[in-house]
Design a protein around this ligand. Structure first.
Ligand code: PGA
Length: 253
């Protein structure tokens, strides 16, 4: 059975005190995770250790970094390597978020390097893809997303690919309150799975978790997550509110 994942992306929000309080609030509320369901918290770098310690021992709950370096180690001031993340207990990293692609010029090729270094070192990537509004208007989103996958992921072996979680996040839906409809989400998720199947085969494609991101809230999570090819969500704004995020965790079907 594919993993279903509710992933919180705090982005550059909250102080460590507020973050700690938020985690306390979330874990104190009733939430249910079946064996194949995970909750992941992508927090700012200085909070990784606090979050990892607080959530240690909680079954199926993990902490993620929001980025990592494409280099192993060395003279790269301001960068954080996979090894550094692992040394503070981190097992997941978000890669290629549209904000990193847009504001920090991260290309598909650059992200391929980051994926390689993660996968060579047992770090699990949550790889983001998704189109801007102009591409959606031109109805060429499938081609756009296929290129992102081809150039960043499709050099991986099948075994490596199975360690990757994909997050489809249409840029026009991120932080805008404008969610893709569940039909739009299902359509492109099914396309992503079929595109993986064309290279790696149906059996491998069926094992890959594909999350939807872009204005996921408690009020739309149940419907989005009930789609056949939607295996959970990557959640920004709503993950900063305990009740919202707990409801999103509980919406994993
Ligand atoms: P949002 O962000 O839920 O605030 O739209 C999602 C994301 O950027 O991962």
């Amino acid at each position: 059975m594919r993993k279903q994942i509710a992933a919180a992306n705090w982005k550059m929000n909250l102080t460590i005190q507020q973050g700690e309080q938020l985690l306390n609030d979330i874990i104190s509320k009733p939430h249910e995770l079946a064996a194949h369901q995970l909750a992941v918290f992508a927090v700012p770098f200085p909070y990784l250790q606090m979050a990892a310690q607080k959530l240690a021992g909680k079954t199926n709950v993990f902490v993620a970094a929001q980025n990592c370096s494409n280099k192993k180690n060395g003279a790269y001031t301001g960068e954080t390597s996979v090894e550094i993340l692992q040394s503070v207990g981190i097992q997941y990293v978000v890669l290629g978020h549209s904000e990193r692609r847009e504001y920090y010029n991260e290309s598909n090729q650059f992200l391929a390097e980051k994926l390689d270094i993660c996968l060579a070192n047992n770090m699990k990537p949550i790889f983001c893809c998704g189109e801007p509004f102009a591409i959606r208007e031109a109805n060429t989103q499938n081609e756009f997303v296929a290129k992102q996958l081809d150039e960043s992921l499709f050099h991986l072996t099948a075994t490596q690919l199975q360690e990757v979680v994909i997050a489809y996040e249409p840029i026009w839906a991120i932080g805008t309150g404008k969610t893709a409809s569940s039909a739009q989400a299902q359509e492109i998720h099914a396309f992503i799975r079929s595109h993986i199947a064309a290279t790696y085969g149906v059996e491998i494609a069926e094992t890959i978790s594909i999350l939807y991101g872009g204005s996921v809230k408690a009020s739309n999570a149940v419907e989005l997550f009930s789609q056949t090819d939607v295996d959970g969500g990557l959640v920004g704004g709503a993950s900063l509110i305990a009740d919202e995020f707990v409801a999103i965790i509980n919406a994993l079907s």
